[in-house]
Every structure is written in structure tokens, then in C-alpha cells.
Design a protein around this ligand. Structure first.
Ligand SMILES: Cc1ncc(C[n+]2csc(CCOP(=O)(O)OP(=O)(O)O)c2C)c(N)n1
Ligand SMILES: [Mg+2]
Length: 898
């Protein structure tokens, strides 16, 4: 076989001996069978390893538990009490969802996900997850979004939530409700990590674990006691983000990370791998990537059967059975399992002949076996050198009865009849707690919670006290306060660059360096780049700030003789993530939420190719808003025409539109260095100062060089509010107008102003529009106030007040879609005409692109004249003359659709 071809490239020192070994093995296969041969091979490999013979790891192991019964850690808890607690939690979780869906206005929710994973969570809560008492940061626990009902039910049992709150599950308006899923934005004192968009929890958890190491290596926080736990669905493993960073986790030896994959073999529509075995597939992936894998497939009552499986028929059957069949078995009954799993092979049939159908039916999956799960977690926290994934096999909808367990529709079942509830109650042995009458037809099924002094509650609370307090819980109190910088790092940008031509990207990089150099504040700066540092001119920072590398730099870099050489270091500050915007964003996420998750505010600046930001990792950005992230996102090489040459897939003309859809994102499109600096300075104080608002900032940065003007006097807070007058109109003109520019469109605006004054008698004021989003939001709140206060004097939005004195049409020009300035169109006094870069980009020079997209100075002039003509102030012929004069072909196709 080709894959073992290496063997034939090595000399065989003793072919005769080789032959004898092969013959011996052949004989075993012929006489002892395949299973025996496999067994012997496995023992040989194990023995070779014990003698330090490096045998390459195989990527998969038999379909058995990784931990043999005799090596299971001793379970230290009170099993009976924990079982009762678990049953109460199961009950309340189900009842909460059922009650939410009894009313005519059924509101949804999920029963089956938690039903399959209750044991997985309960072992964690009772024995492993560390809380946050006494100012400790504790563990980071990512809960599978659809398991939220179980987490509420546990908090209820702990007396952290009450019945009224459970009855407000998914009814958040008006306050006091419980969110559908983990949303820190909506329950800021409870939920910690937003996970429900599949794939985001897993990638975030990896980067959280890595970020903890970064904090530790940089001596910013002792993270050695914090473990990251991430609970995942087996269906969720198909998301590219889920698996996207697993090799990073192994490379970084993140033994502070444990994943628990709830392998209930089902996703929303049906089986995850009906024709295969998801556990085996995942095992191979994770082992291949370098993780420790612990499979928890079979419950303890399978152990005696396996112990008797001398000829390997049971293992053979287990291995050959596909997940679709396993699912079917759990949706049938004991007799069916006897007939179809054990039955076809007389040896297997004999193996269970002493067992009743009920006993066969009770053969459990490992993920529902409390002791096995405990042993797996114990092993996971003790294993060193690599992250651990626990693959726990469960039944979707477990305990919820035959109409729900393992059914294809189970994910979406949210109602149970009173009969179904009765049998759930019996299954959970809560007959004494919930009498039959309570479940009579037409009655609302009751919750059950013992009083605080009951042994169950006492035990539960004692366990949590021993583990440093309840979870989930947010935020961690401020443990290491942040000292904000004075104006020093920002000051130089106010003076402008004189005749030196620079870009806003260069200015930002310089600002970043200034901030990182600040003695008190500097260490909190986290510069993050995907593989684009050089594109943004940040390679200059590699040497000074150094790139974080957990193992330091084990080689002399090729450019070591250069002043600005490539420098990796264990206490490096820059996170150079490689080509993974999702990974870089996940690092930003960890840093941007450190204020709440670790009580150590960090200030991340993630600079990316603006095209590959919002549209590539927009869902992570959205979730970051949910997580109450604070920090800066920088979309560099921005602009449909400013990024010349790169073409359709690179030129971004719409990230400002996408940013405007994120409620807590403050999106800015600065033109000048002093604007960029002012926005960052303001943002720092707004997010990390007394206001402490949970928002984040997006700034587009460009690579066009021009002399940066000094900051004009008297512009007040216009840069931050989104608009200010940058230059007055030339005096003595017949007509008046205003041109609003953003980003590098400033150049076209300035040229147009001169042209209009010189040739057309139009005095145009120039305004810098740094943020249409900010303007729009202020205007919307004013509009709302007016709508709801009819008796009061109406208020005017800032943009209306600011532009009122213009006394002529307003033309806006941007390197983004016309939709960006259009955000404020209805509040602009007078005629408003936006120019923007609608359509796909293409490769060409800036000049050609700006002409093509109709955002160059000539098109601005024509737009101003056309607006004046529409107002009857200039003749239409003047517009036509200008069009002809500038050589504009009015018959060219519209770039928007061409
Ligand atoms: C990105 C994304 N796509 C789709 C969904 C809708 N969705 C919610 S749960 C689910 C199935 C989950 O299956 P699995 O991960 O196996 O979890 P289980 O409930 O079986 O534990 C889907 C498709 C989502 N929440 N996020
Ligand atoms: Mg599943």
C-alpha cells in the first residue's frame, strides 16, 4: 500500500526474520480470526511504546471506551443525591419548555438537547467547573446553546432563579425574562459566552484557552487555574469554524482546554452520520490533529458483556453497526434490540440469553453513565501536553419517552401531553414530589423545587461552594484595573504631516506603536493581524513588540541582520494569527471580553483586510456584540477605488454598510490622521473609562498617501458625532452648496470645490462625514422622541441642525456604497445627492476606478451642478456643458450593474 511505502525505502536488515514474523501473523489471522489478530497487533504496539519505540499513532481505535473499567477514577460524590438532583433538573427543564408552549402564544424552546446532555453538565457542575467567588476568574464554560433550559433549571434549584422567571422563558420584553439561548447582552449577570450560532463557541473556546496562555506568558494575569470547557453538538462539528482551529490548539499544547462533544448521533433534521459513525470520524480528526481523545461510548452495564467477548464478535458488531441503526435501536425496544443487534449472530444472541428485554433495553450509552463521565472528566483534567476532547455517546431526548427519544423530529419537539409528562415523572421517580392530580388534563404541569434546607439543595450548594460559587455568572469583578493613556500618544497627529504624504493606515500603525509604548497602558494593547502585517506596514512593529509564540523563537530568522527583523517571543505582544480571519477574530473576542471574563480589561486592535472582515466573519462580530466586547476593529486596505489593482474580490465598498447593521458597533470612515487618532482616543475613554459602555469601534483605514492636514480649530465633537465643517465655501460665489466627504474621497471633494469656484460660480463648503451611522442613530432617536412627545416642541437631529446654514444642495461622496450616506438622506435639509461605489470592484488604477464609479472630482462637480439645476438655480445646459467638458460619456453603462 502506498501509505506504508516508506517501509520499502528502508533497508531490511534481516529479511528472513521479517518473513517469520509475517508468517506468524498470517497464521493468527487464518486460525484466530481478524479480531484476534487486531488484538495482538494492538498489544504489540502498546508494548513497543512502553519500551519507547516510537510507533506512529493510529488515528482511530476500536469502537470502545478509551478508559478501561479498571482504570476509571473513583467517583467521590454522593451518587444517590446527585441522581435526585439531576432528575429534578431534568423535570424542571422539561416543564419550563412545556409551559412556554402550552399557551396559545407558544414560544418555542428545546427539550431534547439537554435531555441528552444532562449527565454531561451535572458531572461538570458538581465536580469540575470552577466558579468566581472571592474575586477568582474561575473556569470558562461554553454551554451548548440549545441546552439552556437545563442550565436555567439548575439555577432554579440553586434558588438563583424563581418560578416567575422560568415562566418568562423566551419572554424578555419588559424585563425579568430568560433568553432563549446564552446571551450575555440580554442577561449580563448570568450568561458568559454566546454559543448558539453553531461553530462560534468552539473556535472561541480554543482562542480563549490560547489567550489565557498569552495573558499568563505576558504576566498580565495568572490563568493557570482556569480551564476552558466547551460543550458541543455532534452536528455542530460540521461547521468549518468548529474544526478550523483544532490544530492550533494541539500545536499550542492547550491542556487547559476540554471539549465535550455530545454525540447523540442526531442533528436537527436527522442522523449526523446515518451511514457512518460520527464518533469514529471525530476521533480520527482529533487524534490526527494531536488532541487527546477520550471516547465514552458504552455504559457500565456493557462492561460484563465486553469482558466475555473473547472472540470479538460483540466488538465486531459494535464496529459494523452504523449510526443510523444505533439511532433506530433507541427508538424501538429491548425485544427489537435483542432481535436486530444481538439476534442475527447466534454467539451474540447467546451472550444476552440470560437477560430480559428490559435489561437489554437498559444497556446504557456512556454519556448517560455518571461514573464513566466522571472518570472521563477526571482523566481530561489530569492529562497534560495537549487539549482533550471527550466524545460522549448519548440518546437525543433521553428519558422523554418513546415518542421523543431518538426520533428524527426530536430536536423540535417542545410540547408534551400530560400523559407523556406522567411517564417522564415516573421515569424520573418523582411520584412523591409530583402527584398524579398535578398532572391532570388541562392543568399546568408544576415545577418542583425542594426548600433551601432540603438535602438536595444543601448538597448542590455545598458542591458549588467547594468549587468557588455558582455558574454561569458574569462578570468577574475588576481584578486588574486599566490605566488609560493621557493625550500624549495622540498629540502628534493633531499637527498634521506637513508636506509628507502618508496614509491613514500608516498613521494608525504609528498610533498603535505610541499606545503600546505607553508605560502604564501599553501592556494592555493587543495588536492582532491575520497574515497581513506587511500589507499594513505593521512589520515595523514585529521587532519592537514581538510576535507572541508560546515556545519563543527556536530559530534564527532569515532577516536577523535587518533592523526590523521577524521576532517571535514567549512574551510577544502581537498576535499574528496566520491566514485565519475567523481565528484572529476569535482572539479579538477573547481579548475584547477579558474585562468581563477575567476582570482584566484588554484593548485589542484587530487589523484586517476590510473585504475579509464583516462579510467573512460577520457572525463572529455579531456574537461579539452579544458578548459585550470592547475593542477596535480596523478594516485596512479599505475602499472600492482606493485599493487599486486588486479587483473584485478585494475591493471593499460595503463593509461600512455591514457594520451599520450591528447595533453596538460604532463605525467610522475617517479621512485624516487626526480624525483616526481622535476616534481611537474617544473610543478608549468611552469603552474603558467611567462610562464603560459595552460597544466596539470599526474604523476603515486606507493605503492612499496624501499630506495629512492639521486638525482644524473649533470643530468640537464633530469627529465623534460624525460630521463637521472642514472648510468654508469660497467667498463671493453666486450659488451655494455643500460637499460631504469621507475617507480618501476628501481629495475629489477638495478638487471639486476648487473647480466649482473657478468655473461655475459655486461656493461649496466641505464637510467631513466621519460616521453616517452615528449621525443616523442620533437622528433616529430624535425622530422617535418627537413621535412619542407630540405635545412638545419638536427637536432637530444633529445632522439637520449642522447642515441648515448651507443654503444649497448637499452632495456626498464616499468610497463606499451610496447607501452609506443615504442613511441620513431624509434629515438633510434641502436636496441631497450621494455618490458612491455601487457595483463589483475591478482591477485598474485609482484614477480609472474613480472615473468608472463616478466618484472623481469631475463627477462631484457634475453632481453639484445637477442638484443646483434641479432647484432651478443653474441652467440644465450648464450641466450638459460640464459633462461634455470633462469628457464624461453619459451612455456608458451604470457601474452598479455592469
Ligand atoms: C450557524 C447555525 N446554523 C444553524 C443553526 C440551527 N440549529 C440549531 S440546533 C441545530 C442542530 C444541532 O445539532 P447538534 O449540534 O447535533 O446538537 P444536539 O441538539 O443534537 O445536541 C441547528 C441546525 C444554528 N443554531 N446555527
Ligand atoms: Mg446532535
Amino acid at each position: 500500500m502506498i501509505i506504508d511505502g516508506f517501509v520499502h525505502q528502508l533497508p531490511d536488515a534481516d529479511p528472513e526474520e521479517t518473513g517469520e514474523w509475517l508468517d506468524a501473523l498470517g497464521q493468527i489471522i487464518d486460525e484466530g480470526g481478524e479480531s484476534r489478530a487486531r488484538f495482538l497487533m494492538a498489544r504489540l504496539i502498546e508494548y513497543a511504546r512502553s519500551r519507547n519505540i516510537g510507533v506512529p499513532a493510529s488515528v482511530s481505535t476500536p469502537y470502545l471506551n478509551t478508559i478501561p473499567p479498571e482504570q476509571e477514577a473513583w467517583f467521590p460524590g454522593d451518587e444517590d443525591l446527585e441522581r435526585r438532583i439531576r432528575r429534578m433538573i431534568r423535570w424542571n427543564a422539561a416543564v419550563m419548555v412545556v409551559r412556554a408552549n402550552k399557551a396559545a402564544d407558544a414560544i418555542g424552546g428545546h427539550l431534547s438537547t439537554f435531555a441528552s446532555s444532562a449527565t454531561l453538565y451535572e458531572v461538570g457542575f458538581n465536580h469540575f467547573f470552577r466558579g468566581k467567588e472571592d474575586g477568582r476568574p474561575g473556569d470558562h464554560v461554553y454551554v451548548q446553546g440549545h441546552a439552556a433550559p437545563g442550565i436555567y433549571a439548575r439555577a432554579f434549584l440553586e434558588h438563583r432563579l424563581d418560578e416567575a422567571q422560568l415562566d418568562r422563558f423566551r419572554r424578555e420584553i419588559g424585563g425579568g425574562g430568560l433568553s432563549s439561548y446564552p446571551h450575555p447582552r440580554l442577561m449580563p449577570h448570568f450568561w458568559e459566552y454566546p454559543t448558539v450560532s453553531m461553530g462560534l463557541g468552539p473556535i472561541n473556546s480554543i482562542h480563549q484557552a490560547r489567550f489565557n496562555r498569552y495573558l499568563h506568558h505576558r504576566r498580565l494575569d495568572d490563568t493557570s487555574d482556569s480551564r476552558v470547557w466547551c460543550f458541543l453538538g455532534d452536528g455542530e462539528m460540521d461547521e468549518p469554524e468548529t474544526l478550523g482551529s483544532i490544530s492550533l490548539a494541539a500545536r499550542e499544547r492547550l491542556d487547559n482546554l476540554t471539549w465535550v462533544v455530545n454525540c447523540n448521533l442526531q442533528r436537527l433534521d436527522g442522523p449526523v452520520r446515518g451511514n457512518g459513525k460520527i464518533i469514529q470520524e471525530l476521533e480520527a480528526l482529533f487524534r490526527g490533529a494531536g488532541w487527546h481523545v477520550i471516547k465514552v461510548i458504552w455504559g457500565a452495564n456493557w462492561d460484563p458483556l465486553l469482558a466475555r467477548d473473547a472472540d470479538g464478535v460483540l466488538l465486531e458488531k459494535m464496529s459494523r453497526t452504523v449510526d443510523g441503526e444505533y439511532q433506530r435501536f433507541k427508538a424501538e425496544d429491548g425485544a427489537y434490540v435483542r432481535e436486530h443487534f444481538f439476534g442475527p449472530d447466534p454467539r451474540l444472541r447467546r451472550m444476552v440469553s440470560h437477560m430480559s428485554d428490559a435489561e437489554i433495553w437498559a444497556l446504557r450509552r456512556g454519556g448517560h453513565d455518571y461514573r464513566k463521565v466522571y472518570a472521563a472528566y477526571r482523566a481530561a483534567v489530569d492529562l497534560r501536553g495537549a487539549p482533550v476532547v471527550i466524545l460522549a455517546k448519548t440518546v437525543k431526548g433521553w428519558t422523554l419517552g418513546p415518542d421523543v427519544e431518538g426520533r428524527n423530529a426530536t430536536h423540535q419537539i417542545k410540547k408534551l401531553s400530560n400523559d407523556q409528562l406522567l411517564s417522564l415523572r415516573d421515569r424520573l421517580q418523582l411520584q412523591a414530589e409530583i402527584p398524579d392530580e398535578a398532572l391532570a388534563e388541562g392543568r399546568q404541569p408544576p415545577y418542583f423545587r425542594p426548600p433551601p434546607e432540603a438535602p438536595e439543595v444543601q448538597y448542590l450548594l455545598a458542591r458549588r461552594r467547594a468549587l468557588d460559587g455558582p455558574l454561569p455568572s458574569r462578570p468577574v469583578p475588576l481584578r486588574r484595573p486599566l490605566t488609560l493613556p493621557d493625550h500624549g500618544p495622540f498629540a502628534e497627529f493633531d499637527a498634521g504631516s506637513g508636506s509628507q504624504e502618508v496614509s491613514t493606515t500608516m498613521a494608525f500603525t504609528r498610533l498603535l506603536r505610541n499606545l503600546a509604548r505607553h508605560e502604564a497602558f501599553g501592556p494592555r494593547v493587543v495588536p492582532i493581524v491575520p497574515d497581513e502585517g506587511r500589507t499594513f506596514g505593521m512589520d515595523a512593529l514585529f521587532k519592537e513588540l514581538r510576535i507572541y509564540a508560546s515556545q519563543g523563537q527556536l530559530y534564527e530568522p532569515v532577516d536577523h541582520h535587518l533592523l526590523l527583523s521577524y521576532k517571535e517571543s514567549q512574551d510577544g505582544q502581537i498576535l499574528e494569527e496566520g491566514i485565519t480571519e475567523a481565528g484572529a477574530m476569535a482572539s479579538w473576542f477573547a481579548a475584547a471580553t477579558a474585562h468581563a471574563t477575567r476582570g482584566v480589561p484588554m484593548v485589542p486592535f484587530f487589523t484586517f483586510y476590510s473585504m475579509f472582515g464583516f462579510q467573512r466573519v460577520g457572525d463572529l462580530i455579531w456574537a461579539a456584540g452579544d458578548a459585550r466586547a470592547r475593542g477596535f476593529l480596523l478594516g485596512a486596505t479599505a475602499g472600492r477605488t482606493t485599493l487599486l489593482g486588486e479587483g473584485l474580490q478585494h475591493q471593499d465598498g460595503h463593509s461600512q454598510v455591514l457594520a451599520s447593521t450591528v447595533p453596538v458597533c460604532r463605525a467610522y470612515d475617517p479621512a485624516f490622521a487626526y480624525e483616526t487618532a481622535a476616534i481611537v482616543e474617544h473610543g478608549l475613554h468611552h469603552m474603558y473609562g467611567a462610562a464603560g459602555e459595552d460597544v466596539f469601534y470599526y474604523l476603515t483605514l486606507y493605503n492612499e498617501n496624501y499630506p495629512m492636514p492639521p486638525k482644524p480649530e473649533g470643530i468640537g465633537s464633530g469627529i465623534i458625532d460624525g460630521l463637521y465643517r472642514w472648510a468654508p465655501a469660497p467667498e463671493g460665489m453666486a450659488h451655494r452648496a455643500a460637499i460631504l466627504f469621507s475617507g480618501p474621497a476628501q481629495r475629489a471633494a477638495r478638487q471639486a470645490q476648487a473647480e466649482l469656484a473657478e468655473h461655475y460660480g459655486v461656493g461649496a463648503e466641505l464637510w467631513s462625514a466621519t460616521s453616517y451611522k452615528q449621525l443616523r442613530e442620533e437622528a433616529l432617536s430624535v425622530e422617535r422622541w418627537n413621535r412619542l412627545h407630540p405635545a412638545d416642541q419638536p427637536r432637530l437631529p444633529f445632522v439637520t441642525r449642522a447642515l441648515a446654514p448651507v443654503g444649497g444642495p448637499v452632495v456626498a461622496v464616499t468610497d463606499y456604497l451610496k447607501m452609506v450616506p443615504d442613511q441620513v438622506a431624509r434629515w438633510v435639509p434641502g436636496r441631497f445627492l450621494p455618490l458612491g461605489t455601487d457595483g463589483y470592484g475591478r482591477s485598474d488604477t485609482r484614477e480609472a476606478l474613480r472615473r468608472f464609479f463616478e466618484v472623481d472630482a469631475h463627477h462631484v462637480v457634475v453632481a453639484v451642478l445637477s442638484a443646483l439645476a434641479a432647484e432651478g438655480k443653474v441652467e440644465a445646459g450648464r450641466v450638459a456643458d460640464a459633462i461634455a467638458h470633462y469628457g464624461i460619456d453619459p451612455e456608458l453603462p451604470d457601474p452598479r450593474v455592469s
